[in-house]
Design a protein around this ligand. Structure first.
Ligand code: PEP
Length: 251
């Protein structure tokens, strides 16, 4: 069964106090309002993953890292490894975010290594794909997303990709306020599901949670989430504010 999932990607925002008070308040509101907790994943910054995980312990909310390094350990100043994260109980990681591809030159080759190390340490992977504005203008958006999948995830077996979640995040929509229309998003989600169908079969395609990301807000979330192949969202800016994020969750 595919799951409805909402992920808050906080990026490089929220200090220790903001992180801990947000999570405690979120839990309180969720329990008080009996909001189904199963769908919510929060991705805070590295220094606060441990405390965040402790705060959410015993609940069905969970924590994801925003990145991992592709090596087990070694002389990689400033980096954080998969086993380090596992040692503090983190089991989920976002990979392939367009900001990582753009600012930290994460290529498909690096992403394959990151997927390998994440699988080695038993992480569930939230994998992002999405086209640029130019790709879309040139009507190359489908081919771009297909290439991103074929050059990364599709090298892996059905067993290996069993716990993956895909996030379709058109780059032109991330942090820009320009959301894809529900129709545009649905069209791409359906296409991604078909690619999984052709590669891994009906069962995996039907079970796959495909999230939309890119300027989701409390006004547009509902229409996006009503689409047949949109199974939730990866939310950046609007997840930073607890009230706005709750409205999206409730959509
Ligand atoms: C993101 O960075 O994953 C994202 C979707 O950001 P925003 O919601 O701010 O566009």
């Amino acid at each position: 069964m595919k799951k409805k999932v909402i992920i808050a990607n906080w990026k490089m925002n929220h200090d220790f106090y903001e992180t801990t008070s947000y999570l405690r308040n979120l839990l309180k509101i969720i329990f008080e309002n009996k909001i189904n907790q199963k769908k919510i994943i929060i991705a805070p910054s590295f220094p606060f993953l441990h405390i965040s995980n402790q705060i959410l312990q015993g609940t069905t909310l969970s924590i994801a890292a925003q990145n991992i390094h592709q090596m087990d350990n070694g002389s990689y100043t400033g980096e954080v490894s998969a086993p380090m994260l596992r040692s503090i109980g983190i089991k989920k990681v976002i990979l392939g975010h367009s900001e990582r591809r753009k600012y930290f030159t994460e290529t498909n080759e690096i992403l394959i290594k990151k997927i390998k190390i994440a699988l080695k340490y038993g992480f569930n992977i939230i994998f992002c794909v999405g086209e640029t504005e130019v790709d879309r203008e040139k009507k190359k958006h489908f081919i771009t997303v297909k290439n991103q999948l074929e050059k990364t995830i599709f090298y892996f077996s059905l067993e290996e990709i069993n716990s993956f979640i895909i996030a379709y995040e058109p780059i032109w929509a991330i942090g820009t306020g320009k959301t894809a229309t529900p129709e545009i998003a649905q069209h791409m989600h359906q296409y991604i599901r078909t690619l999984f169908l052709n590669k891994y079969g009906k069962r995996r395609a039907n079970d796959l949670s495909i999230l939309y990301g890119g300027s989701i807000n409390d006004m547009n979330a509902k229409d996006l989430f009503l689409q047949k192949d949109i199974d939730g969202g990866l939310v950046g800016n609007y997840s930073l504010n607890i009230k706005k994020f709750l409205k999206i969750i409730q959509s």
